[in-house]
Design a binder for this molecule. Structure first.
Ligand code: KDG
Length: 338
């Protein structure tokens, strides 16, 4: 009746006082937990970067925020973990931009083959105004983009034959990330692409469901793809950025100070991850050959042929994304690579 509903609103008065509640929670030592999941394994620079993030956040918040790290897709793949962030049932994941294009279509631009000429240019564009503009687009999806990390330039591997020219792609069954542009680009090259979560890739190669895949050298080596693949080609066909994502629901529940701490930590750990990743991508070229893989250098002429074949696909996606936005990215790249 009337009096009991009065009582319940009395009870609410305390709980709805957001400021007091937060202050109380903090001084009473309540901890917040970040469950951070990635697809790659514990040997990969991405995981080392995540440990750096954990170290910084736990130290700077005096343990008020605890970071639990999960590698090898223990919490899911890029798409399912991103969905979990949207729902607020997971706090952090660091997907490639390719699967993110299923959430924000504009992200397709970062997977235009042969877009970035080198890592330094990618850093300048992604860490600059254009990069921030794309991070801001994530808000509508209940995601907060804190920083760009690096997956890196992707190379093709397969179990069938040496791939040196565009013609050699003919009929190869290639696993791609779940991204339409990747599918269309490989189709244009004559391959037979199939989208698949990273967590299913090793088994698919082992069982011959696919002939090949494409990933940076660091991943090819550290995930031991050489056990099931014989050929690797330096196609460097796309520079793959990672985006450090936080659940907006979780981020909004942090104090201003904590928001600054996680932001700075994502950036700082990202710098460390990029450095380790670049070293790994260089170093493991030789190790792959020591493991028995045939390494094929793609000549500038052969690469140019691939560029020309893929161009109509890029024209199509430019129209989809919007010419102005694509031009803005091209301009930023020109500016940065001067
Ligand atoms: O942790 C990142 C991985 O989940 C994924 O993005 C790796 O490049 C990748 C791929 O091929 O799926």
């Amino acid at each position: 009746d009337e009096s009991s509903s009065d009582n319940s609103s009395d009870n609410n008065a305390e709980a709805t006082d957001g400021t007091e509640e937060t202050e109380e929670a903090d001084s009473s030592g309540e901890t917040k937990t970040i469950r951070a999941g990635i697809g790659l394994n514990e040997d990969h620079p991405q995981y080392k970067g995540l440990l750096k993030f954990k170290e910084i956040v736990e130290e700077k918040t005096d343990g008020a925020i605890v970071v639990e790290t999960y590698a090898s897709g223990q919490l899911g793949d890029d798409r399912t973990m991103t969905e979990a962030l949207q729902l607020g049932s997971q706090e952090v994941t660091i997907p490639s931009t390719a699967p993110l294009a299923n959430f924000v279509p504009e992200y397709s631009i970062f997977d235009f083959p042969f877009l970035f000429p080198d890592e330094e240019t990618a850093d300048a564009v992604l860490d600059g105004e254009v990069g921030q503009k794309f991070l801001d687009m994530l808000e509508d999806q209940n995601l907060v983009g804190l920083a760009y990390w690096e997956n890196g330039f992707r190379d093709l591997t397969n179990s069938k034959r040496e791939v040196a020219t565009a013609e050699d792609f003919e009929g190869l069954k290639i696993r791609t990330m779940e991204n339409d542009l990747h599918l269309d680009a490989f189709r244009a090259l004559g391959a037979n692409p199939t989208p698949m979560a990273f967590t299913e890739l090793f088994t698919a190669m082992q069982q011959g469901t696919v002939d090949g895949q494409e990933n940076p050298v660091a991943t090819i080596y550290l995930e031991k793809f050489y056990e099931v693949q014989d050929y690797v080609s330096s196609t460097h066909h796309v520079y793959s950025p990672f985006v450090f994502l936080m659940s907006k629901k979780f981020y909004d529940g942090l104090t201003d100070e904590q928001q600054t701490i996680v932001r700075d930590a994502a950036l700082e750990a990202g710098k460390y991850e990029r450095k380790l990743n670049r070293e790994a991508n260089e170093k493991y070229v030789e190790d792959l050959q020591n493991e028995g893989m045939t390494y094929t250098e793609i000549t500038p002429e052969a690469r140019q042929e691939m560029v020309d074949i893929i161009q109509p696909v890029l024209d199509e996606y430019t129209e989809k994304i919007g010419e102005d936005l694509v031009q803005e990215v091209y301009d930023a790249i020109d500016e940065a690579s001067k």
